[in-house]
Design a binder for this molecule. Structure first.
Ligand SMILES: Cc1cc2nc3c(=O)[nH]c(=O)nc-3n(C[C@H](O)[C@H](O)[C@H](O)COP(=O)(O)OP(=O)(O)OC[C@H]3O[C@@H](n4cnc5c(N)ncnc54)[C@H](O)[C@@H]3O)c2cc1C
Length: 393
């Protein structure tokens, strides 16, 4: 076991930290205030080679391991959670599933869009009546000749209105009317029959729209099917999603580290009762506890990323149990760290003049999105008691 970063990884960390500090930090409030997507940051990251880092070299990517992406996300999230989420979605999420299970043509297309256009593939799973209980989803893709007719509604889809590429989870019905279980199908923005509905007025991470996607007799070519496998389809899609969970956990870690760093600096300046507030033991212990939580979170996330296996098509996907433990622990711990960091500032921390209140709103999301903490704990329990999840094929 080696806890040291390679010199290449150290350079990557330095690059991401520098971009975060010099380019992203000062603009983070703008995306939040204006509900604006940070296209400027996307272009900076694209040029720096931080989008599509995991994409195989044969498609123009850098074929870097998941841990390298985690290192980058962590640094950027210290300064801008929204921008860090874009690193997640252009390296993990739908991309992982497409690279693991998609066709060569799909892989090539998605790689090109990310690397050349900064496109952020969206992943459409959740429906108004199917969130944690995803197998209750009602969307269907019914085969008709050489295409599928997609019907259904998705909501809370990150960047739905922004993304050109959407990996949509739907129940697939073959041409004989046989239910092939839950599969994944790629749908491009602009496809007739695919429109957008409500954009959520979300509490945090407001620089990326959370969108409703509506499919009404939307005709999609059979060449767009990524996963259709009656026995293993849903399991494959969930395997693909494990990398996204690590990414989400890492954004929360980075936000928490950023808030912690700000609190420490402030404590060294602010005086009360004739001394620096950093001299009060009660506050020192809060900082020490935050430090322990950050260290533990980091180790769990790094372990899950480093232990990722080449599961399918040589794509590295983490183990479910390690990803869930890392995500659930970090999301919870990070929220506490940001809340305690804000506390160090007193009233100033509650003002929009400082980034703490935004960081607290942003970090709260990670106990919900990417699978709730309770859903992760169910998965961890299933791992402990070796109980099988009924995928309700
Ligand atoms: C900012 C944001 C971005 C998102 N982005 C995406 C995206 O890009 N794509 C996408 O598909 N979805 C996305 N989601 C949706 C997200 O995945 C769901 O919100 C999440 O899975 C929970 O589903 P739900 O909201 O329907 O809650 P529900 O499933 O209705 O859960 C309600 C509560 O019950 C608990 N609960 C439910 N079942 C159990 C159980 N068996 N045991 C114990 N507790 C349980 C939950 O933990 C929760 O506390 C996003 C959500 C947010 C907030």
């Amino acid at each position: 076991m080696d806890f040291q970063l390679t010199s290449e990884q150290k350079m990557l960390v330095e690059l991401a930290d520098k971009l975060g500090k010099n380019e992203f930090a000062s603009k983070a409030a703008r995306w939040d205030k204006n509900h604006e997507y940070p296209w400027e940051n996307v272009e900076i990251m694209r040029q720096a080679g931080l989008l599509g880092m995991t994409i195989p070299k044969r498609f123009g990517g850098r074929e870097r391991p998941l841990i390298d992406v985690v290192l980058v996300i962590e640094q950027i999230a210290k300064y801008c959670g929204v921008t860090a989420r874009i690193v997640v979605e252009t390296n993990m999420g739908a991309l992982g599933s497409i690279m693991a299970y998609g066709t060569e043509a799909q892989q090539k297309l998605v790689a090109k869009r990310i690397l050349e256009e900064g496109d952020k593939p969206a992943i459409g799973m959740t429906e108004p009546n199917a969130g944690t209980d995803l197998t209750a989803l009602k969307s269907t893709a019914v085969q008709k000749g050489d295409h599928y007719i997609l019907n259904g509604t998705k909501h809370w889809i990150t960047g739905g209105t922004i993304s050109n590429t959407h990996l949509i989870f739907a129940r697939i019905i073959d041409k004989n009317g046989v239910d092939q279980g839950i599969g994944g199908i790629l749908v491009d923005k602009g496809t007739p029959g695919f429109t957008f509905g409500k954009i959520e007025d979300a509490m945090g991470l407001r620089g990326i729209p959370e969108s409703e996607l509506i499919f009404e007799d939307c005709e999609v070519s059979e060449e767009n099917i990524v996963v259709c496998d009656r026995k293993e389809g849903f399991k494959k899609l969930m395997n693909g999603y494990n990398a996204q969970r690590i990414g989400a956990g890492t954004v929360s870690l980075g936000i928490a580290q950023g808030a912690h760093d700000l609190a420490i600096e402030y404590m060294k300046q602010r005086e009360a009762f004739g001394k620096k507030i950093s001299e009060f033991q009660g506050l020192q212990w809060m900082v020490a506890e935050a430090e322990m939580k950050l260290n533990a979170s980091r180790l769990l996330l790094y372990r899950a990323a480093c232990n990722a296996q080449h599961l399918a098509n040589n794509v590295m996907l983490p183990q479910m149990m390690e990803a869930s433990i890392a995500k659930a622990f970090t999301a919870h711990a990070s929220f506490e760290v940001v809340s305690d960091s804000l506390q160090m500032f007193g009233a100033a921390g509650y003002s929009r003049d400082l980034p703490l209140e935004r960081m607290l709103r942003d970090v709260r999301m990670f106990q919900i999105g990417g699978g709730t903490t309770e859903a992760q704990m169910n998965m961890i329990s299933r791992g402990i008691f070796k109980t099988r999840f009924d995928y309700k094929k």
